[in-house]
Ligand binder design. Structure first.
Ligand SMILES: Nc1ncnc2c1ncn2[C@@H]1O[C@H](COP(=O)(O)OP(=O)(O)O)[C@@H](O)[C@H]1O
Ligand SMILES: [Mg+2]
Length: 247
């Protein structure tokens, strides 16, 4: 079982959009996929029409295997299950602070479903917390959507610095450009500079800005289900390919 996180310290960069579309694409390709919504806002669960989990409201998320597995829901799609979040997921750091080995708890919880899934996707909240450290420790790959603007570039740098300081392997970090607008000079310049600065840490694929992605909220479904041949759907498919090659 591989664990892939969609992570950024910044909000609104495309973590959920990429999690949802990748989860769907990977499941369509025949892999058994679990999408864990770790963000208390529950956007991933919303897109897949899955209700918030009621049982996972305390630290037993990390310790009670039965509670964890009982909270996993099926989706409308074959091979794709969802672990929906709820508002108490905002307290993960409080739960973790009470536990020993507080940085390896998520990995332990996920190991309990290792024989049921080929890939687990983690849709992460936008912060740098003990939960994030659990994500960094457990993930085989960390996808980081980067909008090619100054602040996103800065938060990508900060993430790499954090990895260096805490002696984590940077090899896990796979950035990709998100919401790219070809007409914007700043986008083109930022992409060119970052590709030079971080040649190994950035995937080739770039996800374009597209209203089809915004329409996911109306359809409550992955892009490929209602706009299969759109540039957005094609780019998420290419992202899936590149990710699978890297794994
Ligand atoms: N490629 C894209 N093109 C246009 N809008 C996008 C794209 N990716 C995401 N969005 C929109 O931007 C907002 C934030 O995206 P989301 O995936 O929820 O970000 P995050 O999970 O990082 O907070 C949402 O309204 C979403 O519909
Ligand atoms: Mg999100």
């Amino acid at each position: 079982m591989k664990i892939v996180a969609s992570y950024s310290n910044k909000g609104g960069v495309g973590k959920t959009a990429s999690s949802v579309n990748l989860a769907h694409g990977l499941a369509q390709s025949g892999l058994r996929v679990l999408l864990c919504d770790l963000d208390p806002q529950g956007a991933s669960g919303f897109y897949f029409r899955v209700k918030p989990s009621k049982k996972l409201t305390d630290e037993r998320f990390f310790t009670d295997v039965k509670r964890f597995t009982d909270s996993i829901r099926g989706s409308d799609y074959e091979n794709l299950d969802i672990l929906p979040s709820n508002l108490t997921f905002r307290d993960f750091d409080v739960f973790l602070s009470r536990m020993k080995n507080s940085r390896s708890r998520l990995h332990k919880a996920l190991k309990s479903v290792a024989s049921d899934y080929d890939i687990v996707l983690l849709d992460c909240p936008p912060n740098l917390s003990t939960l994030s450290e659990n994500v960094f420790a457990s993930a085989d790959a960390i996808l980081v959507p980067v909008i090619p603007t100054t602040l996103s570039e800065r938060s990508f740098e900060q993430l790499l610095e954090f990895f260096a300081e805490t002696k984590l392997s940077k090899k896990k970090i796979l950035g990709f450009f998100s919401m790219v607008q070809g007409t914007k000079k700043l986008h083109a310049e930022t992409i060119a500079r970052m590709r030079q600065d971080y040649p190994k840490r950035l995937l080739d694929i770039a996800v374009p800005f597209s209203t089809d992605v915004e329409k996911m909220g109306v359809h409550r479904a992955p892009v490929a289900t209602f706009a299969a041949s759109s540039p957005a759907a094609r780019s998420y498919d290419a992202l899936r390919h590149e990710l699978q090659q890297r794994l």
